[in-house]
Design a protein around this ligand. Sequence first.
Ligand code: PLP
Length: 475
Amino acid sequence: MDPDEFRRHGHEVVDWIADYWSGLHDRRVTPNDPPGTVTARLPATPPEYGEGFEQILADLDTVIAPGLTHWQHPGFFGYFPANTSAPSVLGDLVAAGLGVQGMLWATGPACTEVETVMLDWLAHLLDLPPRFRSTGPGGGVIQDSASSATLVATLAALHRASGGEWRMSGVTRRYRVYTSTQGHSSIEKAARLAGLGDDGVRAVEVDETLALSPKALRTALEADRAAGVVPALVVATIGTTSTTAIDPIPEIGEICREYGVWLHVDAAYAGAAAVCPEFRYTHSGLEYADSYCFDPHKWLLTGFDCDAFWVADRAELIEALSVLPEYLRNAATESGAVIDYRDWQVPLGRRFRALKLWFVLRWYGVEGLRAHIRSGVQLAAWFADRVTADERFEVAAPHPFSLVCFRLRAGDEASSELLTRVNATGRVYLTHTRVAGRYTLRLAVGSPLTTHRDVALAWQLIAELAGQDGPGHVD
Ligand code: PLP
């Protein structure tokens, strides 16, 4: 494809995406086809000779789009949102076109420096403690996901807990990671990857708001210490996956300081809310954290993948992860004056993800991002009010952000049936969880295309289907 062909087909692709977004309302949110449907539409082998671009583009309509769960659909309320936006897509397109691999400052000076500045911008935007900024001892980096951020934090924490031995000797003692019973599954995975084994994580009890109990944390730390286990890491969550509970970071931070344990704060979804001053209360106590992350790819209009991860002391992280083979040696690295992000993550290579962030932050500006967060929170609050006012339903947990957990009073079977019926319509998509053992529906607002009309339609549908005969019916 020569540059002129690229220009022409590139315009066609952008047109295709724009049409896809404007036509989302008319599609089902999820496909209705059995597994294997997309595979059956694809040839078993690649084409012997190149095909025309028209054919490739046409197959987006016939093969790909019908087989998608449409995450950007205004009726998508499942999991947590995975926002994207036009500026993010365009930033990603430029990054793809540049094809820069920014493992070292020397292999991508702009790739590295824009990333450092974007993470400082985000730290400013969220009003994070000054020590996370690159101008102090800390700094930020883009990871592919919050899961990778947790893994990297786990490795750095082990390095610290071992007194710097881990780098050379690996896991030679019994170390443990602590999180609440509501902590994300990536914490367990990170501990396993780090070699801590299946009992590497202790799930600490929560209180009635589903937030980690500091008292239970202290008891767990004491018991482990007495048994010769070394507490290495506490992962506190701002906005847990099931219900968006907020762990009490100030109390947890005090305990971590007392026991000398690394505190990582996982705000994967809810961190974005701190762009609004009225939600900064959820981040209080962050000055205790050794590391913190949130996903702009969840709720800040930046397409997957983009996790923003900060450490309070970059030297510790780099010491834990740095490997410098001869073929990567260069004068800039040796000068000590540059950041080489390869030392801040698991893979060596990295693409120019900061570009999409740069596009997003500049296109929306701080106020534009705040408007997006506020709209999600307001729509969720409106929905929660409808649920509360309908005596067949109950709200199952506090909803400080844009997720509402709710269920039918009639019980688990009724709620599960309702979810099946609602999703079967293809007009909205919800997911579920269990809150204190009870089956609970989750409605998370977040797509930039979702308006009041869409949330009102979702409620109308839910209320209607809850009224149908069957286990969901309550008089
Ligand atoms: N942490 C929390 C609290 C989450 O809710 C999630 C995903 O929803 C994750 C971590 C994992 O996010 P990622 O897909 O970026 O690894």
